[in-house]
Design a protein around this ligand. Structure first.
Ligand code: NDP
Ligand code: BG6
Length: 518
């Protein structure tokens, strides 16, 4: 095992105590955790699930007794499985700086709890064998929690859930199943999937993951809104002119073209990640922080959304570009993408919430691949201060509107643009920012990866950050008519160069609402 890969043990002042408390809370209970990753040989398992599990172990957040089972069709020994996990654990901090010297030892301890079981996804006997192995490992404990992570293509969600539910239900405690997106590709297929899963698992057992809900700044949205009195009175149509929720990536589909072409950017990013952010941003204050109260408010606000008009949508697809002798491929150059595909890799749209709080306020959503930067953020533009005290002077507007920016990634930050007097004898106004940069404010604290937070929530049975079936239904009801129109009318996306700011149509769209994309 490579020694250079880890240091997760960094804690800032004040965080140590909280961690200690959590360690006690999770490690001392005596309940065993059996965690199964279906699709253990795959990309997501390697990129996200193993690093998150190891980080939780390293931080003392897993129960003392736990086992991790990798399950997939690939032939692999447990030793090879451990090597695969080892490769996936990347360095999260310069480990020589902080006390990470026990990382190598911790990783060996962690690998001791990892087992690989090869099996087919549709053969009940293989699941029985997995169950037998788990029962053997669980035989000395009286309380067990089993978590099954469906890290597999959606085409096999149902048979795997069925087999897991029928053959591997926990005999000594709860069984929970994590389902990855996509949850269908329209209202009908999503309902079918929900019904098929519901025939095997209760809603209580089902954890639909949207990893954006596990990101630090998204978790912070509710705290920011409801614990700061200064924001509460401003959070409505009287003070907010428009809201942007932007997602961009500076790389294309890169080998995932086959998957992507079946879904497109609206299903891949907007119907889930961006809509979830919007719901948390716009919902009414929940009765409590309890999962059901929060999800009640989210679903309510999504149900208030106006059907999306095609006129309020701009679509794009990236084309190739040659820059400084380097060739950036077009979406259509991806061999797994069908020739002539009209699949959008970029979309921008204006959405409206027809309720008393948000009536008339445009929510502009934008998501794109192969753009000029990787970033996700929320930008809130406030109305102009009324009156003309610092308004137009000598024919030019001196002050600009206040803007609150919540940068979700990278370089997490929250800043507020305000008008300020330029220091000195004159009366000139300038813009400046009240600025919370996570790096400087919270020093060396390593923000947990979204998957780390979400997996821990599943273990603890906290469903706040998971999508309830009625939320999913409301989200598909909003997007399905638009998706049908785009596909039935074969609407061609506007081409934009790889690495650019996206298609011109998106800028026209924003300008109709007096907005410039941030
Ligand atoms: P993979 O394509 O890597 O598949 C995971 C494993 O499933 C494979 O290693 C393979 O294992 C098995 N598998 C693949 N195709 C089939 C098939 N047609 N029939 C049966 N088994 C198959 O998927 P990912 O790991 O990328 O994704 C897993 C899930 O997570 C998917 O639902 C995906 O949509 C979702 N997701 C993935 C993200 C990512 O970044 N990768 C991001 C967000 C969501 P074996 O052959 O050994 O059984
Ligand atoms: C996934 C999408 O849900 O989110 C991918 O399927 C996208 O296409 C990814 O790249 C982005 O996640 P993050 O956390 O890297 O912003």
């Amino acid at each position: 095992v490579n020694e250079t890969f880890v240091d997760l043990g960094v804690v800032a002042d004040g965080v140590e105590e909280e961690r200690e408390a959590n360690v006690r809370a999770t490690a001392g209970e005596g309940e065993m955790l059996s965690f199964v990753v279906f699709g253990a040989s795959g990309d997501l398992a390697k990129k996200k699930i193993y690093p998150a599990l190891f980080a939780l172990y390293y931080e003392g957040r897993l129960p003392k007794n736990f086992m991790i089972y990798g399950y997939a069709r690939s032939k692999m020994t447990t030793e090879a499985f451990k090597d695969k996990i080892a490769e996936s654990l990347t360095c999260r901090l310069d480990w020589s700086k902080q006390g990470g010297s026990d990382c190598a030892q911790k990783s060996e301890e962690f690998f001791d709890r990892c087992v690989y079981v090869a099996g087919q996804y549709d053969v009940a006997a293989d699941f029985k064998a997995l169950d037998a192995q788990m029962c053997e490992d669980e035989k000395h404990v009286s309380a067990v929690k089993r978590v099954f992570y469906l890290s597999i293509p959606p085409s096999i969600f149902v048979p795997v859930a069925q087999n897991a539910a029928r053959e591997c239900q926990c005999k000594k405690g709860d069984t929970r199943v994590i389902v990855e997106k996509p949850f269908g590709r329209d209202l009908t297929s999503s309902r079918e999937l929900t019904a098929a899963l519901a025939s095997e698992l209760s809603e209580e057992q089902t954890y639909r993951i949207d990893h954006y809900l596990g990101k630090e700044l998204i978790e912070n949205l509710t705290v920011m809104r409801f614990s700061n009195i200064m924001f509460q009175p401003l959070w409505n149509r009287n003070y907010i002119r428009n809201v942007q929720i932007n997602f961009s990536e500076d790389f294309g589909t890169e080998g995932r073209g086959g998957y992507f072409d079946h879904y497109g950017i609206i299903r891949d990013i907007m119907q889930n990640h961006l809509l979830q952010i919007l719901a948390l941003f716009a919902m009414e204050e929940p009765a409590s922080l309890n999962a059901e109260d929060i999800r009640d408010e989210k679903v309510k606000v999504i149900r208030c959304m106006r059907p999306i008009e095609m006129d309020n949508v701009a679509l794009g697809q990236y084309k190739g570009r040659l820059t400084d002798g380097r060739k950036y491929p077009a979406y259509l150059d991806d061999e797994t993408v069908p020739k002539g595909s009209l699949c959008p890799t970029f979309a921008a749209m204006a959405l409206f919430i027809d309720n008393a709080r948000w009536d008339g306020v445009p929510f502009l959503l934008k998501a794109g691949k192969a753009l000029h930067k990787r970033q996700a953020e929320i930008r809130v533009q406030f109305r102009h201060a009324p009156g003309n005290l610092y308004g137009e002077r000598q024919g030019r507007v001196e002050h600009v509107t206040n803007e609150l920016v919540i940068r979700i990634q990278p370089d997490e930050a929250i800043y507020l643009r305000i008008n300020n007097k330029v220091p000195g004898l004159g009366q000139r106004l300038d813009q400046t920012v009240l600025d919370l940069q996570y790096k400087s404010a919270y020093g060396q604290v390593q923000l947990p990866d979204a998957y780390e937070r979400l997996i821990l929530d599943v273990i603890n049975g906290d469903k706040r950050l998971f999508i309830r079936n009625d939320e999913l239904e409301a989200a598909w009801k909003l997007f399905t008519p638009l998706l049908d129109k785009i596909e039935q009318q074969k609407i061609a996306p506007e081409l934009y160069p790889y690495g650019s700011r996206g298609p011109i149509g998106a800028h026209y769209l924003a300008s109709r609402f007096n907005v410039r994309w941030g």
